[in-house]
Design a protein around this ligand. Structure first.
Ligand SMILES: Cc1cc2nc3c(=O)[nH]c(=O)nc-3n(C[C@H](O)[C@H](O)[C@H](O)COP(=O)(O)OP(=O)(O)OC[C@H]3O[C@@H](n4cnc5c(N)ncnc54)[C@H](O)[C@@H]3O)c2cc1C
Length: 759
């Protein structure tokens, strides 16, 4: 028993921890940064004031994490985030394709707890910063669950807390609100009077059908008059969670210090909406439905943005400007919302896309005035307009990963953060990121120092694509439809034979289109036109395009809509081969094409986007000059996703036992291998609610074995489901030859591999 008499001077239990990197905030950015830094070999303390990780992506808030793929509604093909962020998404797909936010929580906690280098402090709120001149010494944090006061000192600090509590208390320069047009020449800068200058908070709710009638008596504070919400006609009984992203409020207030008041207003609106659904008589389908969950923590969109060595702006995103210190990519639209939110009569968001992905530089993550402070998440150094794009969670998370590698480098090499943007350092940081499968547009992994670079590589077969084979599926050519094909600069013509059924005598109109920038996937320039008159009935249409002037790149074979024509769709699913359609995806402001006002610094272009599986088949065709899209030399590209070519070794369609062999002149000692598979980086893996058709994407090799020169099996797996499969042998293997035997899982899906590294 503990019994204490009156004491005048009691104090909290105190614990001091010294670490290499202290990260405040365990949203997706802080979490991915912590895992990344830990894997780079530095000690990390991750402080998160909530009981779970994930921030807005957690079960406490339940936003689906999005990024460059933009729900597959823009032209950013194969742009899904990789690295730790991708690993988490791919694991979440594997275990949780239905998108249960609670399962997503468990994955984040598991991934963090598996890292020996991370000390995770949940329920722990950072509230005080000790700093001397321009350097942070320590952070104080309190955990109300174990009633402990922590003093956390570190060599480097990373603020991933959303509102930026650490940077604010450390005295770092920040902004809150919108820049004027004049400051950076950003033509999208909002009119502050009419539009406001901050995005607001949101609270979501989930409902469920109980199978029997349920009454609802609203709390006294619920909104009484639903017509106060200009969008009340959009309310639907079957909408839930993220569908209600427009329940936004607070952008006219101080979104930090007024948060509790904003929360009450949001609860008022949520319960008012549910009262309307249950009791207005307009939604009989809701009779058996009950409220299953209402958020208690508002999802915050915007507050402080801190000033780094560089501040990104609209033009960097739209013009896809290049940076020497690029560490990540983004691709979400510039997405601003009126500050009056749910009470505004204006459209709930203004979204303008760029023609492709853009780079994010490290200098946005390094404080310009505090020597040992990094930024991660929505608070990085970007203008209000650029924040409209960089803030989404998968983009924030990959930028945070880049920052974590830079922080680990800075600690291990004793280089100040601001100096790591210099060429001699940044190139090493970039290479470390690429090796871990991260994507930085326009950069390649230099593999010359790996053991695999010395090996002779042989493969059992290589795909020379002569046909996308026919199936029984015929579909009317109702909308503009295109097949994407990669061509090489040595190719003179593209000759296709396409099976078509015509309901009557008619014309087939086809354009060959390309992006102006070969690394984009926005078909904007017509480089060939074919118009063929055809008879009624089943026939083949021959198309021939001159491509002799084109460099290595994707071309779009675009069929004009014609209700009298049907195209056949193949069941062959091949890495780097996609069909796209000029269709709408209003959820991301894709209305078939982007037509901005002339004076806002945004490009007009068409959207050509894929269909989600089980749709999304390729157009059946024969390629008179086969496309050598699966050559093993692609394993040397240093890029692990399709860009201007498939960048993958792809086995032949009839190769039932694909193998890849690495052979050295002498016996080598091999400690580890990395294989980079095709986990379909075009598929947007929304983390929550959305749901996906499969747990492992069709293209991804699930089962393979690695054998040594004597045929001894060194490693095998039957459930690979990730882009990067990293194998560390218990003991270094001594051999002059490694053979990887892949199991093909479907004769319509050839085995493929982007890269292999041995070390
Ligand atoms: C309603 C809404 C819809 C959105 N839609 C999408 C979408 O569909 N997809 C998408 O990707 N993005 C979306 N966003 C944007 C995105 O959610 C945010 O920009 C993103 O969460 C920012 O990530 P972050 O890690 O910086 O912040 P957060 O996710 O907020 O994480 C910060 C974490 O730090 C913790 N923290 C704060 N203070 C302290 C402290 N003192 N000590 C310790 N920990 C602290 C917080 O509890 C939080 O968990 C939306 C945002 C909102 C609000």
């Amino acid at each position: 028993m503990i019994q204490e008499s009156y004491s005048k001077n009691r104090s909290l239990k105190e614990v001091s921890i010294e670490t290499d990197l202290l990260i405040v905030g365990g949203g997706l950015s802080g979490t991915c940064a912590a895992i990344t830094a830990a894997r780079q070999g530095v000690k990390v303390v991750l402080v998160q004031d909530r009981p779970v990780l994930g921030g807005n992506a957690s079960s406490e808030v339940r936003l689906w994490a999005l990024g460059a793929t933009s729900h597959m509604g823009n032209n950013n093909r194969w742009s899904r985030e990789t690295g730790v962020t991708g690993e988490i998404l791919e694991e979440n797909l594997y275990r949780n394709k239905e998108g249960n936010a609670l399962i997503f929580d468990t994955i984040l906690i598991e991934k963090v707890k598996q890292e020996e280098n991370i000390t995770l402090l949940l329920n722990t709120s950072a509230f005080e910063v000790a700093h001397e001149n321009t350097s942070i010494q320590a952070v104080k944090a309190f955990n109300s669950q174990n009633s402990t006061l922590y003093t956390l000192s570190a060599k480097r600090f990373c603020d991933a807390s959303g509102d930026g509590v650490l940077s604010f208390l450390a005295g770092a320069s920040f902004r809150m609100g919108a820049e004027t047009i004049e400051e950076f020449g950003e033509k999208m800068a909002p009119n502050v009077e009419q539009y406001g200058e901050l995005l607001g908070h949101t609270i979501y709710f989930y409902t469920k059908d109980t199978g029997k009638p349920v009454n609802f008596t609203p709390p006294a504070y619920a909104l009484k008059d639903i017509t106060e919400l200009p969008r009340f006609k959009n309310i639907q009984a079957d909408h839930t969670g993220c569908n209600y992203w427009w329940i936004e409020y607070g952008g006219r207030f101080d979104t930090i210090h007024e948060t509790e008041n904003i929360k009450y207003e949001l609860w008022k609106i949520v319960y008012g909406i549910w009262n309307y659904i249950k009791n207005s008589g307009k939604f009989p389908e809701a009779e058996n439905m009950t409220l299953e969950w209402v958020g208690t923590v508002p999802g915050k969109r915007e507050s402080r943005r801190f000033e780094g060595l560089y501040m990104m702006k609209q033009q960097d995103v739209i013009e896809q400007r290049k940076f020497d210190d690029a560490i990540a990519h983004g691709g979400w639209a510039l997405d601003l919302h009126p500050s009056d939110g749910v009470y505004s009569s204006l459209p709930s968001c203004t979204q303008w896309h760029s023609k492709g992905t853009y780079q994010i530089p490290l200098s946005t993550a390094i404080s310009r005035d505090i020597d040992n402070l990094y930024f991660a998440g929505r608070l990085i150094s970007v203008s209000h307009v650029a924040f409209g794009s960089t803030r989404v969670m998968l983009t924030s998370a990959v930028a945070a990963e880049g920052t974590a590698v830079a922080a680990a480098y800075s600690i291990k090499n004793d280089v100040l953060p601001k100096d790591t943007v210099e060429k001699e350092h940044i190139e090493k940081i970039q290479q470390a990121l690429l090796e871990k499968s991260s994507y930085i547009p326009h950069l390649k992994l230099d593999k010359s120092n790996f053991l695999s670079a010395k090996a002779k590589v042989t493969v059992s077969s290589e795909l020379n694509l002569a046909e996308l084979r026919p199936s029984n599926t015929w579909k009317t050519l109702q909308m503009p439809t295109a097949q994407m094909l990669p061509i090489t600069s040595d190719q003179k013509t593209l000759e296709l034979r396409v099976p078509i059924i015509a309901g009557k005598e008619t014309t087939v109109d086809v354009e060959l289109k390309v992006s102006l920038d070969a690394t984009n996937f926005t078909p904007e320039k017509v480089v060939g036109i074919q118009s063929k008159e055809i008879e009624k009935g089943h026939q083949f249409v021959d198309l021939k395009f001159d491509v002799s002037d084109l460099e290595d790149r994707y071309v779009f074979v675009c069929f004009a809509p014609n209700p009298d024509l049907q195209l056949n769709y193949s069941e062959d699913r091949i890495t780097g081969i996609l069909s796209v359609f000029r269709k709408e995806n209003k959820a991301v402001s894709n209305f078939g094409q982007q037509e901005p006002p002339s004076d806002i610094g945004i490009d007009a272009f068409e959207f050509w986007t894929p269909q989600r599986r089980p749709e999304g088949q390729n157009i059946t065709m024969q390629l008179q000059t086969p496309l050598f899209i699966g050559k093993k030399e692609h394993l040397d590209s240093g890029i692990i996703r399709p860009v201007t070519s498939t960048n993958a070794w792809i086995a032949a369609l009839d190769d039932a036992y694909p193998t890849l062999t690495l052979e050295w002149e002498n016996v080598e000692e091999i400690s580890s291998m990395k294989l980079y598979f095709d986990a379909d980086l075009d598929h947007a893996m929304e983390s929550t609610q959305f749901g996906h058709p499969e747990s492992i994407v069709p293209y991804c090799v699930e089962s393979f074995r690695i054998k040594d020169e004597n045929g001894k099996c060194l490693f095998q797996t039957e459930n690979n489901h990730t882009t990067l499969c990293e194998i560390t042998f218990d003991q270094p293997v001594k051999t002059s030859k490694l053979t990887v035997e892949f199991d093909r899982k479907d004769s319509r899906i050839p085995v493929s591999l982007f890269d292999v590294i041995c070390d």
